[in-house]
Design a protein around this ligand. Structure first.
Ligand SMILES: *Cc1c(COP(=O)(O)O)cnc(C)c1O
Length: 390
């Protein structure tokens, strides 16, 4: 099997997995316990808080654990909206946000919020000038993702943060794809809120966090007990948090080397596909791009057919994003970068990790060189195209 769907989820780090183990079987105390048996759980959670904070230059007391990226995104948007409704009811996002953001703002629109959706250019980039123009007197929050999950484009987060700061507007970034993969610093980049998720960087599934800059008001999203300084109720997921902390620490320590290694394999794949497979188009930005992201459209091809044949070859990949595949709608991200429907349907995302080898990369390109002509030979559109060429 060749796994190239690391943007959907990653294999757990061995070290992170081992770090979790005792918190299921021996140190299983509720971290809120008042007896000394709970101390190990409490201490482990606070260690993890420091570990995940350090990666983005945050303070431990600015980290609030959640059950993942989706909850963090929902909480940031709805929590800020509720706290600031008296100031204004306007939010700005980009057109290529994850559904956790898009659907959260749709829910807010039903409650009377106005939302400006900034377009992106053909590479998936938000314009900082357009953002500046979109900010109004009643704008409360800007939410723009650090890096896109489908096409890998990395946004000018520092410049966006500077504009938000200039106008006194809060800045949230969905950094689920970027955190522990590329350098981020919440102070240097003026980020007020940041979402991350453990399973996207070799930690466990079902655990994430929201960074909330000290002093930023935010309504709780979960009502219940007094966990997380009364801001996020629910029994603390000690093992999950410990695993995420260990994975964050490991990924941050290896970040420079991992970025260089993964980038080299990515660029090799991109070059081979562009040179060896006709009628393809690289989606996303060529340089401002996540190290592990390869995304192509192949003309005259349905993404589903391609994924099925790749699967027969033992290759895990995705078309559009994991969340949208299964639906027949083409990805909103590919439409936002200006691709027509019929081309957006033939997209393929290959997402690499530091475990991906050059040999695997070559095997996948070799498989595509065989699969794509085979699918095209069955396509009436391709037949017409060839006829018209002759
Ligand atoms: C995966 C992902 C999410 C959702 O995170 P979960 O932990 O799976 O809920 C949100 N945003 C982006 C950009 C993602 O890639």
């Amino acid at each position: 099997m060749i796994y190239m769907d690391n943007a959907a989820t990653t294999r757990m780090s061995e070290r992170a997995f081992e770090a979790m183990r005792p918190f299921f079987m021996e140190q299983y105390a509720n971290a809120a316990g008042t007896y000394s048996f709970a101390n190990a759980s409490k201490e482990a959670v606070e260690t993890a808080r420091k570990q995940v904070a350090k990666v983005i230059g945050a303070k431990a007391n600015e980290i609030f654990f959640t059950c993942g990226g989706t909850e963090s995104d929902n909480w940031a948007l709805k929590g800020v909206a509720q706290a600031f409704a008296a100031k204004g009811k306007h939010i700005i996002i980009s057109a290529i946000e994850h559904h956790a953001i898009l659907h959260s703002v749709q829910a807010l629109e039903k409650q009377g919020w106005e939302v400006t959706v900034l377009p992106v250019d053909e590479f998936g980039m938000v314009s900082v000038e357009a953002l500046e123009k979109a900010i109004r007197e009643d704008t409360v929050l800007v939410s723009i993702m650090a890096a896109n999950n489908e096409i890998g484009t990395i946004q000018p987060i520092k410049e966006i943060g500077a504009v938000c700061r200039k106008y006194g507007v809060l800045f949230h970034t969905d950094a689920v794809q970027a955190y522990a993969h590329i350098p981020l610093d919440v102070n240097e980049m003026n980020i007020d809120l940041l979402s991350a998720s453990g399973h996207k960087f070799h930690g466990p599934k079902g655990v994430g966090f929201l960074y909330v800059r000290k002093g930023v008001r935010l309504m709780p999203f979960m009502d219940g007990g007094a966990q997380e300084k009364k801001r996020r109720a629910g029994t603390t997921n000690v093992a999950g948090i410990v695993g995420m902390g260990a994975a964050a620490q490991e990924a941050a320590a290896n970040m420079e080397a991992a970025m260089a290694k993964v980038r080299e394999i990515r660029d090799h794949m991109i070059a081979r596909i562009e040179n060896e497979i006709p009628y393809c188009r690289l989606n996303g930005h060529r340089t401002e791009r996540l190290p592990g992201n390869v995304n192509f459209c192949f003309r005259f091809i349905e993404g589903e057919g391609m994924l099925m044949l790749l699967d027969f070859n033992g290759i895990c990949a995705s078309s559009g994003s994991a969340c949208t595949s299964g639906s027949l709608d083409p990805s909103h991200v590919l439409l936002a970068i200006g691709l027509p429907h019929e081309i957006a349907h033939g997209s393929l995302r290959l997402s690499l990790s530091e475990e991906t080898t050059m040999e695997e990369a070559d095997k996948v390109v070799d498989a595509l060189k065989e699969i794509i002509p085979r699918l095209r030979s069955m396509s009436p559109l391709y037949e017409d195209f060839v006829k018209n060429q002759a």
